[in-house]
Design a protein around this ligand. Structure first.
Ligand code: ATP
Ligand code: MG
Length: 723
């Protein structure tokens, strides 16, 4: 047995982790220290040396891209097929469980996964049905509320008795939403996790089966698991001490979506026999990059605390560019990419990272002009485009007539003379008889209250769906998609010149047929699903493909959030502006600001060789002209690691942005963030942050009395007492 391939590329501590006997283990370590490498090598070790079977392994990662990469690396190490190994995201794995055990999960066989845009649509429709004012009950807020409950494992029936009118209404909406989803066989992302948890919790035999199957459970990016994900892991590994997790508290960036960094503490309490290992050597980045990242993250309070070091050279300084505006920023970035590509032609080693999806468009435009292939992850995905969603809705409907979201989407798309009035009548009946829109349409036709024209239009729509369903039987997947795109009338509809971007839309529909043609489901299909069902799920789960195809060498564009776990030789961190990064919502909230800072740390530590930072002095964003200030994160970076790039290519070593403000030296450190204080008028509170020096020094305090809330106070006048 040759184990050198597994052990040789590891340092001593990593080797110790990889070869440790099965036990609960937490590897807590900074960016680029080899956590993911250790996890992969441990799986290989357990299979090759400890005689576990591949099917005994469960590995959870954060993105589909990371899961693919992991499978690939294990295959490379072991030279064996890995299809029987469960490697995927929490959502992907939950989906798989629900498919296999749909009836125990109390779901219809043809249940459909909704992505977050679908979910929003359902909620909008629901609010409309409930006659609630969208201004007062914004659909996004309702969506956020429902998902937050589910992430905590709380169903509507578990909610506490509402204490006010608002909570009462919200609960009523949640209940109605649950009912609607159950009726239509729709499952949103948060529901996937919650239901997968309930499935195992409420079916002890099934749980026992999976506990026996998964002798080893591995989790990457553990710091970003939420309550329900942790509860699910706990069910699988309770009393067995076979949970192996790796993570970094400094890279916890999904708090806003319910991730609980406390899970790191919970793990230690729940698995008393656990081992904690720290890795401290960074193998990814140059000295300057690492030093910059280390210094930024130190500004955060309450870290678990770890310092990374590297043997690498200092490398190049980080470059900072001040652009006039967002156009100039994009131009600068693409020029630098061109220069870089002259000696180092691998495009996929280059990433442009931004805070918000809306920033990608300009870089895309410039890349396109320069003829440089690129790929955007996240953002408006191929599968999110209206014409594609319409085609998918037809496909969903032929699989499941009770899918109301799809039904509403295409009942009059392309237009076929079914008016809003008829649709409203259908909705009313569906509500009255508590049925799907499909069943309600049949009832409506039978009532014969419709005008002949409306009735004919509706009958022909129902017939169309039935025909599509019959004609697609027995066809290959891509033929099914092609047939639906054509016979539904969508293609002809988009071919009309009067529609905006009609050419692009037709191309996209054609692309959907190609996507179906090249669709390969990489995991074993134990659930015996139809290809179409698998394809539709792929469309809902898989994150975005735009422009260059997956295997083409292309520059990578993504948000900082999606860059987690990845690495690139050259990284552009763009839009470093107050209000953009850190985001506007976070600047007044100490907790969220720290999360933004961790995001900045994640961004910088993606780079192996070179980082360019940039901000614009004016920026048109979401249609408005803004004049942002440079991001505070720039001021927190060590000045000696930065060089400023001036126009016409001059370089100056000392950045012209104001240098880092020192933490409060005045007051001899009497006040610091987290310090409890008392004020004569406002009462007691806690300091969130401190700014300025000497007479200008001011503190932001969160007072305990809710009506007073958060206030900025000048220290010289406020006469704060420490408590
Ligand atoms: P992140 O926190 O960003 O997810 P990580 O801790 O998971 O980072 P890896 O991605 O596993 O780190 O490793 C970072 C880089 O260092 C990779 O290119 C990896 O191959 C390399 N690396 C890890 N350990 C070693 C080692 N012992 N010797 C040489 N290279 C290593
Ligand atoms: Mg990693």
């Amino acid at each position: 047995m040759d184990i050198t391939k597994i052990l040789e590329p590891l340092n001593d501590v990593q080797r110790q982790v990889v070869t440790a006997p099965s036990t609960a283990m937490l590897v807590l370590a900074g960016a680029g220290s080899g956590k993911t490498r250790v996890l992969v090598h441990r799986i290989a070790w357990q299979i090759q040396v400890e005689n576990h079977y591949p099917q005994n392994m469960l590995a959870v990662t954060f993105t589909n891209k990371a899961a693919k990469e992991m499978r690939h690396r294990i295959e490379h190490l072991l030279n064996i097929p890995t299809h029987s190994m469960w490697i995927g995201t929490f959502h992907g794995i939950a989906y798989r469980l629900l498919r296999r055990h749909f009836s125990q999960a109390k779901l219809p066989e043809g249940f459909q996964v909704m992505d977050s845009a679908d979910q929003l649509r359902v909620i909008k429709r629901l609010l409309n049905n409930l006659k609630l004012d969208e201004e007062q009950w914004p659909a996004r807020q309702v969506q956020w509320h429902i998902n937050a409950q589910k992430d905590e494992g709380i169903r509507a029936r578990h909610c506490l008795t509402p204490y006010d009118k608002y909570a009462e209404q919200m609960l009523a909406i949640y209940l109605a939403y649950e009912r609607l989803c159950d009726q239509s066989g729709l499952v949103d992302f948060a529901e996937l996790l919650l239901r997968a948890h309930e499935l195992l919790r409420d079916n002890p035999e099934l749980l026992a089966l999976y506990q026996q199957r998964f002798t080893q459970v591995h989790v990457d990016e553990f710091q970003d698991t939420n309550t329900i994900q942790y509860a699910w892991l706990r069910l699988l590994t309770e009393n067995r001490d076979n949970l192996f997790v790796v993570g970094d508290d400094d890279q916890s960036i999904y708090g806003w979506r319910g991730a609980k960094i406390e899970n790191i503490y919970k793990f230690q309490k729940d698995y008393p026999n656990h081992h904690i290992i720290k890795l401290e050597q960074n193998y990814r980045s140059t000295g300057n990059i690492l030093k910059t990242a280390n210094q930024i993250i130190q500004v955060n309070q309450g870290r678990m605390g770890k310092e990374l070091w590297t043997q690498s050279d200092a490398g190049e300084l980080l470059s900072l560019y001040t652009a006039f505006n967002e156009q100039d920023e994009a131009y600068f970035v693409i020029e630098r990419i061109k220069t870089w590509l002259i000696d180092k032609p691998r495009r996929k080693d280059i990433a442009i990272l931004y805070r918000s999806n809306a920033q990608s468009r300009l870089f895309e435009e410039r890349l396109m002009i320069a003829g440089i292939p690129y790929r955007v992850y996240g953002g408006l995905r191929f599968f999110d485009r209206a014409e594609i969603k319409n085609a998918l809705a037809y496909l969903r409907l032929i699989m499941n007539r009770d899918d109301d979201t799809s039904f509403e989407r295409v009942i009059n798309t392309p237009t076929r003379g079914i008016g809003a009035k008829t649709v409203e009548d259908i909705r009313v009946i569906a509500r009255e008889q508590n049925s799907s829109l499909w069943a309600a349409s049949i009832a409506l036709i039978n009532q014969r209250n419709l005008s002949a024209r409306a009735s004919n239009a509706l009958v022909s729509f129902l017939n169309l769906i039935k025909q599509l369903s019959e004609k697609t039987q027995g066809l290959e997947l891509f033929e099914q998609v092609k047939l639906v795109v054509e016979k539904s009338g969508l293609l002809a509809f988009y071919q009309q010149a009067k529609i905006d971007n009609s050419e692009e839309k037709v191309e996209n529909l054609e692309e959907l047929v190609s996507a179906a043609k090249s669709f390969v489901f990489t995991q074993e299909n134990e659930e015996q699903l139809s290809e179409l069902a698998l394809f539709l799920t792929h469309a809902a789960l898989e994150s975005g493909d735009r422009q260059a195809d997956e295997f083409e060498d292309s520059v990578q564009l993504m948000t900082l959030h999606s860059a987690k776990g990845l690495e690139f030789n050259l990284v552009f961190l763009v839009g470093l502006e107050e209000g953009l990064f850190p985001s506007q919502q976070s600047v007044d909230d100490a907790g969220r600001l720290e999360e933004e800072r961790r995001l900045c740390y994640v961004g910088i530590t993606r780079a192996m060789q070179k980082v360019y930072l940039s901000y614009a002095e004016s920026r048109r964003l979401y249609g408005r002209e803004t004049y942002p200030k440079p991001s505070r994160f720039l001021k927190e970076m060590p000045a000696e690691c930065l060089q400023e790039i001036r126009l016409r290519g001059n370089i100056s070593q000392a950045p012209s942005i104001p240098l880092p403000k020192k933490s409060p030296i005045a007051n001899e450190g009497r006040y610091k963030a987290g310090q409890k204080v008392s004020h004569a008028k406002f009462g007691t509170g806690v300091i969130l942050q401190i700014e300025g020096e000497g007479a200008q020094e001011r503190v932001q305090v969160k007072f305990n009395t809710p009506t007073i809330g958060i206030k900025w106070l000048m220290l010289a006048y406020a006469k704060l007492e420490t408590v």
